[in-house]
Design a protein around this ligand. Structure first.
Ligand SMILES: Cc1cc2nc3c(=O)[nH]c(=O)nc-3n(C[C@H](O)[C@H](O)[C@H](O)COP(=O)(O)OP(=O)(O)OC[C@H]3O[C@@H](n4cnc5c(N)ncnc54)[C@H](O)[C@@H]3O)c2cc1C
Length: 426
């Protein structure tokens, strides 16, 4: 693969948004390529070591509000025996997820280009016409009629010249980053019983800190992910590094080194303080540190916390979000003061306009880097919603291509009809 190549649709980044965008476009007959810097699809769900997806249902209920490709993925992973899936969430083996996503790429005839970093955008007269990929082969352009930025960091949009915001509007800080890790040798039943008394193990961390067994980087469990298909293993969401700009390689490097130190420190605490974890051991740290927040690209509309809490209706809705406003402290351990838990049944509509960048044409932005405020991102950033945005971007890309119109001119009813036909929920 070298020299200049041409696609109908290029998706940059193969995370939850990227696979949904790519598979949707390819299934509608577009010649589609996903360019991914790592060696697998899935983003945070695989390369980031996070084997848990939530929330498919409205907050605190069993009413599923997300369908489409991102739910199909959860169902297929469970059916293949690599995990479990309910109306609310999915827990899975990361390696199994990688395999299923590649099967889905093959079936939908989505081309993949791994080990390739998208380092620049090709723009002419305010329209994106291609991207520059950097890899072992060299550095070369790949051209396309429509490009969908699913890099999480909005790398393509930023290079193309789109405006963006980053971090908390009050101080500019992004949410902390977390190096996930997977441990084995866990007696889960024993651990669950112990955890029943103190769900977030706050007392354990307190004791460990007082005894000098860990530094005060975190003080409660952020997530333990478990699937019955691997009963002695746990995925751990605990490490916590603040003040990181994930668009800078130097910050990513220092955060990864610190994250790994924290992970090993955490295992020592587990062994000493948690019954059922006496013999636990490190299985893996992932390819990449988990990033919760970076660039939010300016779209035709910016989704706000007020929209979410009012459960505002949008004519151009592409699906629902429903997660609480999950903001980890931007300046220390634990959760942020801006964290917010809504009422049971909470669900809000996601407008199409937040995935259409306002500054550059023929470009979409889906996933964590879509157009919203810091607080709205606290909820919108979870994987089902990244999938909702990705699928809508893939479908809208093909509609705009077939009708020879700009993404800004896509007929919302036509988009919604296509999404409905693809089992998406409104
Ligand atoms: C620690 C942590 C815990 C979380 N917990 C949950 C949870 O419990 N449930 C949940 O649903 N969500 C959770 N999330 C949120 C969720 O995982 C992410 O917000 C979501 O994965 C974002 O999806 P995405 O497709 O936008 O980006 P990502 O998943 O980040 O995928 C982006 C992809 O693009 C690739 N890429 C990036 N830049 C380039 C480039 N320039 N060139 C080529 N490829 C590139 C990356 O390698 C990656 O594969 C968590 C996130 C973190 C970090």
């Amino acid at each position: 693969m070298s020299g200049e190549m041409f696609y109908d649709v290029i998706v940059c980044g193969g995370g939850p948004a990227g696979v949904s965008a790519g598979f949707a476009a390819a299934r509608m007959g577009a010649k589609t390529l996903i360019v991914e810097q790592f060696n697998c699809l899935g983003g945070v769900a695989t390369a980031g070591g996070h084997g848990h997806i939530c929330l498919y249902s409205s907050w605190g209920t069993d009413e599923r509000v997300v369908g489409g490709i991102i739910y199909e993925i959860a169902e297929r992973v469970a059916k293949a025996g690599y995990g479990i899936c309910t109306n609310s969430s999915a827990d899975f083996e990361i390696e199994g997820m990688k395999l299923v996503l590649e099967q889905m790429a093959e079936e939908s005839k989505t081309d993949l280009l791994y080990h390739s970093f998208v380092s620049n955008a090709v723009v002419k007269d305010g329209k994106i016409t291609g991207v520059v990929a950097q890899n072992k082969t060299g550095r070369y352009k790949i051209m396309a009629d429509r490009i969908i930025d699913c890099t999480g960091d909005g790398d393509v949009c930023a290079k193309a010249g789109c405006g963006f915001d980053m971090g908390d509007e009050e101080n500019g800080f992004c949410q902390p980053v977390t190096l996930m890790f997977t441990i084995g040798g866990v007696d889960y039943e024993k651990v669950s019983k112990f955890r029943g008394n103190d769900y977030k193990l706050v007392d354990v961390w307190k004791k460990a800190r007082e005894n000098g067994d860990m530094r005060p980087f975190q003080h409660c469990i952020m997530g333990w992910w478990w699937t019955p298909t691997r009963p002695d293993q746990l995925g751990i969401n605990f490490t916590h590094i603040n003040f990181i700009d994930s668009t800078k390689a130097e910050d990513l490097t220092s955060a990864t080194i610190e994250g790994r130190k924290q992970a090993y420190e955490t295992i020592e605490v587990y062994r000493k303080y948690v019954p059922g974890m006496e013999n636990c051991y490190m299985i893996s740290t992932p390819n990449t540190i988990g990033i919760r927040e970076s660039r939010r690209i300016h779209g035709l509309y910016t989704l706000t916390k007020e929209d979410l809490l009012a459960m505002r209706k949008f004519d151009d809705s592409i699906g629902y979000g429903s997660f609480f406003i999950d903001i980890h402290s931007v300046s220390g351990p634990g959760m942020d003061k801006k964290e917010y838990h809504p009422e049971k049944g909470f669900k809000y509509q996601i407008p199409y306009r937040i995935i259409v960048p306002k500054d550059i044409d023929n470009l979409f932005v889906a996933g964590r880097c879509a157009s919203c405020t810091h607080e709205a991102l606290g909820s919108l950033r979870v994987m089902p919603q990244c999938g909702v945005m990705g699928q809508a971007a893939g479908v809208a890309a093909v509609i705009s291509l077939n009708r020879r119109i700009s993404p800004k001119e896509v007929n919302v009813s036509e988009l919604q009809k296509n999404l409905k036909d693809q089992d998406c929920i409104f």
